[in-house]
Design a protein around this ligand. Structure first.
Ligand code: FES
Length: 265
């Protein structure tokens, strides 16, 4: 029979299978408890404090990591606490984001000049001759390929839907964006000078996304955050262990990072 486990703040009540640790139950229920060592009892990040109910006798790991004083106050490592009766616990305050120094996009004084980059993206403004009467049987795609002068072979299906309207928006004046011979985008008018890209550095601790001007390599803006995967392990090996035998856990790691990248974008 499931045992109610209440986690503060937020008052999450989770039905927990007897013997499941508080950490596992929290993660399964979508409650974030940071587990820097991946639940091996080797850090203090997952500590919780008893609010109501009875705390289990401290384990060796509790004693080693938390020390006598905290254990007596009711602190335990949530990864070492199997739920056997209804309890209410409070998550210890998370590590303060400001304790991490995240390298942002700014170039420190004295740093070397930026190198020039070639992202392989080409933008080319062309004028497409549009059919004027119904006897001209040239398709829009053929007209575009002809105007692009052999730099493109075909237009991907995903871009076909918007092609007729884009071509007619500025009387056939469009900008074709390519990577190699692959067409990535077709925009109305001449936008050849607008070439932007994102450089994303996914680190174990932090994630930095930089908006780049692709021609000059200039950094236009940068945003950084702590890597949200850290709640499932503070280092790479802990995260590999977390994901190795459970596809659901792998999915959790992936969802976390994609969610953050979407925010950055
Ligand atoms: S001690 Fe519990 S996650 Fe590190």
């Amino acid at each position: 029979m499931a045992i109610p486990l209440t986690i503060l703040p937020g008052r999450h009540v989770l039905d927990t299978k007897p013997g499941t640790t508080i950490l596992k139950s929290a993660h399964a229920g979508g409650v974030d408890i940071t587990a820097t060592c991946g639940g091996r009892g080797r850090c203090t990040s997952c500590r919780v404090k008893l609010v109501a109910g009875t705390a289990p006798p401290p384990t060796i790991m509790d004693e080693l990591q938390l020390g006598d004083a905290l254990v007596r106050e009711g602190y335990r490592l949530s990864c070492q606490w199997p739920v056997t009766e209804p309890v209410t616990v409070q998550i210890a305050p998370p590590l303060d984001d400001t304790t991490f120094q995240i390298l942002g996009g700014e170039r420190p004084a004295g740093a070397p000049e930026p190198v020039s980059i070639d992202a392989g993206i080409r933008k080319r403004a062309v004028t497409v001759v549009l059919p004027k009467d119904e006897h001209q049987q040239t398709s829009d795609v053929e007209a575009l390929v002809a105007a692009a002068g052999g730099t493109v072979e075909d237009v991907p299906a995903a871009l076909l839907k918007g092609l007729p309207a884009t071509l007619r928006d500025r009387d056939g004046r469009v900008t074709v964006t390519t990577f190699g011979r692959e067409v990535l985008a077709i925009e109305a008018d001449d936008t050849a000078l607008h070439k932007f890209g994102l450089a994303i550095d996914i680190g174990t601790t932090s994630v930095v996304t930089t908006l780049m001007e692709l021609e000059s390599g200039e950094q236009l803006a940068a945003v950084s955050s702590l890597n949200p995967q850290a709640v499932f392990g503070g280092d790479l090996m802990s995260r590999i262990a977390f994901a190795q035998f459970d596809a659901g856990n792998l999915r959790k790691l992936q969802t976390r990072i994609i969610g953050l990248l979407n925010q950055h974008i």
